[in-house]
Design a protein around this ligand. Structure first.
Ligand code: PLP
Length: 360
């Protein structure tokens, strides 16, 4: 995937002092973007590495030792008519609050966090750290378009024994990204590993949830697949999610089905948006348990959704050595048109009827 860390200089940080959040905007070492891009590669990388060094955050704490932390991911999209806009930032800020509550940490009011995200991005943009709209992106319907990825995350205070974080930081950084999944034939395979268990933390975007997906996805990649699909912990019959993306199937009867939310499914903002766009088109959307059998036998198109993935078609799904092809060679019609619709909204090339875009 195209996540390379080339952190922008301005970073947001806020620590909970027991009563309120002490907010800081930190300006890391930088040259002008132009000067940086003309540096020899080794020097540029060295500068990028230094930008990821912070002396004010403790090394040994509940986050680094025990995965006691949570994060968010959202993007700023260059707009067709100029400038940059964030996609539904208040949704990410709200989910961050819920994640922090789920981890029994103090949380931040969503409005405060989304305001801080706007402010630190504006500081980066005013230094010239930004991304220009490129009209050639329109040629492939933004499939290869870039964006700026924003990563807010919690980070605990010093500590060594297993415990809750009571004075966490919320830190936010930004980095440019290109397309996550290469367009083309994305084959998926079910994994026997378990991502989330009932009563667990699957519904929280918490650090601890990504060890198993990283293992399972890499095993899938080693076998020549692009993505792994997790099944439910109890019966191993129901589809849950991809490694870090929600799952959708268009069944042969025309219904668009996605697993219903519960404590093992991450409530994706792209998922929620896709459900809305499908309903706007009059498509029957069902949020319900979805068996692997039903998908293998009865789906005509499948795709996964997420901020990084956007809408990514799965051209085939392999389960217990059997493979069902959906649309290898060409993209399914609904997947393709939904993908374009969402991208056009995000890049400001289509009317934003739901008011999802927030200008920077
Ligand atoms: C982040 C994430 C998603 C996608 O959520 P978006 O809000 O659409 O980016 C789906 N599943 C998991 C496990 C995730 O971590």
């Amino acid at each position: 995937m195209a996540f390379t860390l080339n952190m922008f200089p301005w970073v947001y940080s806020a620590q909970y002092n027991g009563e309120s959040w002490d907010e800081h905007y930190i300006e890391q070492e930088h040259l002008s973007p132009k000067e940086e891009s003309s540096l020899p590669e080794s020097e540029r990388i060295a500068l990028q590495m230094r930008r990821n060094n912070f002396s004010q955050f403790p090394l040994v704490n509940y986050t680094t030792q025990y995965g006691m932390g949570c994060f968010e991911g959202l993007k700023a999209y260059p707009q067709k008519n100029g400038g940059l806009s964030l996609f539904r930032p208040e949704e990410n800020a709200l989910r961050m609050k819920r994640s922090m509550e789920g981890l029994m940490m103090p949380s931040m009011e969503p409005k405060k966090l989304s305001t801080a995200l706007l402010e630190f991005m504006r500081r980066n943009i005013s230094l010239g750290f930004s991304l220009d709209y490129d009209s050639t992106w329109e040629e492939d319907n933004y499939l290869t378009a870039g964006a700026i990825y924003i990563r807010p995350f919690s980070y605990s205070e010093s500590g060594i024994g297993i415990n809750l974080s009571r004075n966490p930081w919320i830190i936010a950084i930004a980095t440019p990204v290109s397309a996550y999944f290469k367009p083309g034939n994305n084959a998926a395979v079910t994994t026997t590993m378990i991502r989330a268990t009932p009563g667990g933390t699957g519904w929280i975007k918490c650090d601890a949830n990504y060890v198993i997906p990283a293992l399972a996805k890499n095993k899938a990649i080693d076998k020549g697949f692009m993505e792994c699909i997790f099944l439910d912990a109890k019966k191993h019959q129901y589809i849950e999610e991809g490694s870090s993306c929600n799952f959708f199937a268009l069944l042969k009867d025309g219904a668009l089905v996605t697993p219903e939310l519960g404590d093992t499914i991450l409530p994706g903002i792209t998922r929620k948006s896709v459900i809305q766009l499908a309903k706007d088109r009059g498509i029957k959307v069902e949020e319900r348990p979805l068996t692997i059998k039903e998908v293998m036998e009865n789906a005509q198109e499948c795709f996964v959704t997420g901020t990084a993935a956007g809408i990514t078609p799965l051209c085939s799904l392999t389960h217990k050595e059997k493979t069902t092809d959906f649309n290898c060679g060409k993209m399914g019609e609904l997947t393709n048109s939904m993908l374009i619709e969402l991208k056009e909204i995000q890049y400001g090339a289509r009317e934003d009827v739901h008011g999802w875009m927030q200008q920077l």
